[in-house]
Ligand binder design. Sequence first.
Ligand SMILES: Cc1cc2nc3c(=O)[nH]c(=O)nc-3n(C[C@H](O)[C@H](O)[C@H](O)COP(=O)(O)OP(=O)(O)OC[C@H]3O[C@@H](n4cnc5c(N)ncnc54)[C@H](O)[C@@H]3O)c2cc1C
Length: 345
Amino acid sequence: MFFEDYTEKVWGVHPSKIGADWGAQRVKGLSILSIIKDIITKPFRRSGINQQKVETSLIERFIYPKYGPGQLWETVADEVVKAGGEIRKSARVVGVCLKDGKAEGVEVETEGGREFVPCDYLLSSMPVKDLVASVKGTEVPEDVAKVAAGLPYRDFITVGVLVRKMKISNRTSIPTYEGRVPDTWIYVQERDVKVGRLQIFNNWSPYMVNDYKGSMYIGMEYFCNEGDELWNMSDAGFIAMALGELEKIGVADRADVVKADRIKVKKAYPAYFGTYSSMDTVRNWLDTVSNLFCIGRNGQHRYNNMDHSMLSAMEAVRCIKDNKTSKDDVWNVNTEKEYHETAKA
Ligand SMILES: Cc1cc2nc3c(=O)[nH]c(=O)nc-3n(C[C@H](O)[C@H](O)[C@H](O)COP(=O)(O)OP(=O)(O)OC[C@H]3O[C@@H](n4cnc5c(N)ncnc54)[C@H](O)[C@@H]3O)c2cc1C
């Protein structure tokens, strides 16, 4: 009930219209009983970073890269290159070429034009909708094409706002610099503003802000559909609206804003309505392509977090190494309760 309005902002539909499996994944392992147990046992627990026995939704501490999650991937990219791998950036996959139940390669679009890149295996994290639409060389069955084309997504806009100070202050016993709020995320339930969530980046890591002592960096999160009114607003108009909302909810004054930027992200959230209930039709067909593995969040059209996305890739690699023909292990990531958070941690 508490998250009803926020959830409606995120998905654009009332929570009662969203498939129950999304809810089950979002609060996996969480129950009234586990919350009560958490409250009772909390004073007796060591509050270290090892929270393997704590349900995911109740975890309060975890390791965060100094310069944000992207740092992890920059490191991974360096390792791949060091190991002799090649990473092509700014190369959009526009064609997935299939022949006789196998992926032969992909067609990529780069600044220099189109190019065919052959493959032994194809691990795809591109949106399922785009993957199916870009198939070449093989006829996609009509029902598969229809379900894939009807998969819905929610798009995302964030406004990064650098402020000299925030108007809200620390009301907890957690020590913070100059009494600043300790929160990393603040969910905004109010219906009279469009912003759904605030991130306070310097609370994730002080290294996320150049001048930690003199400023705070807030991320205002908006959820929309590509092409709708919010999406089509100009940057200047959108930022003006966002700063007005920040003032309206009493978080920061416009006079304290040093700088603000807007970023749009397409297909940020794979949604659990539309044709999603028939997703198995698409999955079963994609599974007939022996060397194709669907991984990640949009790659599986599943509300996977970063860990699940990584794990699905690791399972795909395991399948390839073990010569497995079934892709079930890859698809099963994040479907079973406690898949890795407790069972494999
Ligand atoms: C607002 C928000 C907050 C989140 N917070 C958290 C969090 O706190 N913790 C957490 O664990 N997870 C979080 N997530 C989820 C996390 O971001 C995803 O689980 C993760 O990024 C998925 O990884 P991925 O590799 O599957 O996809 P992505 O990270 O989306 O990467 C896919 C990449 O493929 C590219 N691409 C798409 N189509 C093509 C194409 N045709 N050709 C070439 N490239 C293509 C895209 O541009 C993108 O760069 C959050 C997500 C959002 C939107």
